[in-house]
Design a protein around this ligand. Structure first.
Ligand code: FES
Ligand SMILES: [Fe+2]
Length: 402
């Protein structure tokens, strides 16, 4: 993880987060409000890990490119002539001008620097440098764009800007086995909402991972899914997740419980009666319904602010239906999202108060525990892995499993 692998945060407070399940406390206030901790997280949790930057099919054709922010870095993703997705630091090898502005996807045959017109092929090799024929010994092959590690997985694109994270396969563990029935790689985005929330990025994920709050703030959700239903799925990578059941009258999560889509064909009878909720550290939340998949992609902006891109993915056979309208899914979740964001913003205001103390987690907040222990382990420079319900805990001194 490079220099300053340990986060600038009180270790005694982090020890309380790493207590065995049933005895632990949530993260201390500094995790939510400190600029120093926030900068450390950008370097170690975002640049130093595998961040989801969006869907593969947004970069489907040769020449498609998009510059994205990953922590403090800007990364240029490009689909090359052979169909391979490449990622480069968004920095020209001449005098360092950005090659593209962070923003929506674009397409061109080459990558041309807007400053002095150096031209790179889609594989990052330098093809043209105006006036450099007069520089003795200048060899274009010495100036390719600098590669960044990238991975495509089940239709999503991930980037590891530091290029020194554990392999992507280790990062996701067996998560694919749990989501492959939904065939997320063949689903297509039919709706997207962008939100900006005045809350720390971790508060969004903590809130996502428990339904303890559902009877209080989600009347619509409680009409289609019992808030105390479901089970925890033991994680074996940098993720945490669980399920919730649908009520007997409900086919999916919508205001009426009815679906205007198509049931995903790869699901067994059990999966057709439940919704799976996964958080892949640090920034992708995947909610798998019997007929659609919703994702939240979180981008930290400031200690107390983040943006979220929420996407709804449907199978091609649903999109091909005449007059298909994803509103049954988007309306339900837009209402629920806003209920959640309001709660998250209220927690952020609490975290900024001198009256804030680390609170105890409830026995039903299993996945909050798992997420917070990934964070706490990361703060101590350890692998980004959760403790689980059954973990005995890790020794603070040695970092070894006890
Ligand atoms: S900085 Fe890119 S061509 Fe000069
Ligand atoms: Fe919620």
């Amino acid at each position: 993880m490079g220099i300053s692998a340990i986060a600038p945060i009180d270790h005694e407070a982090i020890g309380k987060v790493l207590m065995p399940f049933g005895h632990s406390y949530n993260l201390p206030a500094h995790a939510y409000i400190s600029h120093e901790v926030f900068e450390w997280e950008k370097k170690h949790f975002f640049e130093g890990s595998w961040v989801c930057i969006g869907r593969s099919d947004d970069l489907a054709r040769p020449g498609d490119r998009r510059a994205v922010q990953v922590g403090s870095e800007s990364v240029l993703l490009v689909r090359d002539e052979g169909g391979c997705l490449r990622a480069f630091f968004n920095v020209c090898r001449h005098r360092g001008h950005e090659l593209a502005a962070v923003g929506p996807c674009d397409n061109a045959r080459v990558i041309k620097c807007p400053y002095h017109a150096w031209v790179y092929a889609l594989d990052g090799s330098l093809r043209g440098a105006p006036h450099f024929s007069d520089r003795p010994g200048f060899d274009r092959s010495e100036y390719p764009l600098v590669d960044v590690a990238t991975a495509e997985w089940r239709g999503w694109v991930f980037v590891n800007a530091s290029s020194d994270a554990p392999s992507f396969a280790e990062h996701v563990g067996s998560l694919a086995e749990l989501i492959d029935g939904h065939e997320p790689d063949r689903l297509r985005c039919a709706a997207r909402h962008d939100y900006v929330i005045d809350a720390n990025w971790k508060i969004i994920t903590e809130n996502y991972h428990e339904c303890y709050h559902c009877p209080q703030i989600h009347p619509e959700l409680c009409r289609v899914s019992p808030p105390d239903s479901g089970y925890n799925l033991p994680p074996d990578g940098a993720w945490t997740g669980g399920s919730m059941e649908l009520m007997d009258h409900a086919t999916t999560m919508s205001l009426s419980g009815e679906s205007s889509g198509v049931l995903l064909p790869g699901l067994d009878s059990k999966r057709r009666r439940e919704v799976l909720y996964f958080g892949l550290f640090p920034n992708l939340l995947i909610s798998l319904h019997p007929d659609y998949v919703m994702t939240h992609r979180i981008e930290p902006l400031e200690p107390g602010r983040c943006s979220i891109e929420c996407e709804w993915l449907f199978p091609p056979e649903a999109l091909a239906q005449g007059g298909f309208d994803p509103a049954y899914a988007t309306e339900f979740w837009d209402i629920t999202n806003r209920e959640d964001w309001s709660a998250c913003e209220a927690v952020q205001r609490g975290a900024a108060s001198r009256g804030f103390r680390q609170g105890p987690l409830a026995p039903i907040e299993t996945e909050v525990y798992e997420f917070e222990t990934i964070v706490a382990n990361g703060y101590l420079g350890r692998p980004l892995r959760p403790l689980t319900r059954t973990s005995a805990g890790l020794s603070l001194e040695t970092g070894q499993a006890s």
